[in-house]
Design a protein around this ligand. Sequence first.
Ligand SMILES: Nc1ncnc2c1ncn2[C@@H]1O[C@H](COP(=O)(O)OP(=O)(O)O)[C@@H](O)[C@H]1O
Ligand SMILES: [Mg+2]
Length: 405
Amino acid sequence: MHVLMISPGFPDDMPYFTRALASVGARVLGVGDQPPGALAPRVREALSDYLHVGDLWNEQATVHAVRQFLRGRSVGRVECLWEPGMMLAARLREALGVPGLDAERTVAFRDKVRMKEVLDRAGVRVPRHARARSKAEVWSAADHVGFPMIVKPVDGAGSADTFRVEGPEGLGAVLDALQHVHEVTCEEYVDGEEFTFDTVCIRGSIAFENIAWYRPKPLVARQEPWISPQAIVLRDLGVEPLQGGRDLGRRALDALGFETGFAHMEWFRTASGEAVFGEVGARSPGGRLTHGMNYACDTDLFSGWAEAVCHGSFSQPTERRYNAAMVFKRAHGSGIVRSIEGLDGLLGRYGPHVAHLDLVQVGQPSRDWRQVVTGDGWLVVRHPDLSTTLEMADRFATDLRILAS
Ligand SMILES: Nc1ncnc2c1ncn2[C@@H]1O[C@H](COP(=O)(O)OP(=O)(O)O)[C@@H](O)[C@H]1O
Ligand SMILES: [Mg+2]
């Protein structure tokens, strides 16, 4: 089967998915804006052919160029796991008559207001919300939504331009900061812990499911540079506090008509135990979470996904063996990384439980964690016991110090 893969070499995880498609027997046709020479050798090897386009986001032109490029080759799937390309994937499916999410269903995964409207109608608990395209509309949304209120772009990512507003006195400044954003959604602020619900589905049935716990919430991590954010892939999904989220996740995917592939949802659990929907993407999670799930289950979800989309089956292990804590480091200071403190002691103590360690090198420039999810490096510690995992993660978060100046 020919699979058309959008942006096969970028961002980070795409090379893994591209290679996985080839490994399950697909003939992978890539389309992207990276020049062929910029593709990593392992990506090039996995591709049967590659179409380089100047402006990938010009949908009409890209659809036209893909038609020419195919020269009669018929495509069984169009795949994209990168949020900005979801709509392009839908347009290509429609143009080529390929099954999978069409444009209408894709809009409900892309537009945070449309998404919540569909879910609201299906009886899924979503935050009170309203779309706004002007300052006046934000003020009137505030009457409906109340304070504290979240104001964020309808199609944002990585908590960019996302604000929590305590009361009317703070709204003016936030509106000024959001001048460049064309359309926002105003939402009831949901106070609670934040989790993911990640799935690989086949024809609407869940073949693999996962829950990860953000420590702290992504919005807090974005505002506090000193924090080393963590995502804990949880071993035991059967515990009572997670059942509301699992149920909500299933109902959300059903209501949105999700079929086959990866989906990544976020949800909140309030102090009273209520599960409230956050957002969902029809793609794999970012933040290297697919690797985190692999470490938790000693599995390969890149191949699991590829098998699901190409063959409609799933044969990767799903037994949850560990809690896997992903810790993302941020240098203290900026400039050149001068030293890394505490690593030897931590490895001496926890070495056997460290599944992954990839830190910036001394002498290298520190990175902008607002742009690069993995910041100045990331690591995974894992253990069957949750409290032991959390303790190790906290030690790496606080005692491992990357100093830059
Ligand atoms: N209604 C809400 N209540 C509480 N926190 C929210 C709400 N909406 C967003 N957030 C916070 O902002 C973060 C980013 O919002 P999200 O809708 O997930 O957009 P993004 O696409 O940027 O990830 C969330 O992970 C969460 O921490
Ligand atoms: Mg999010």
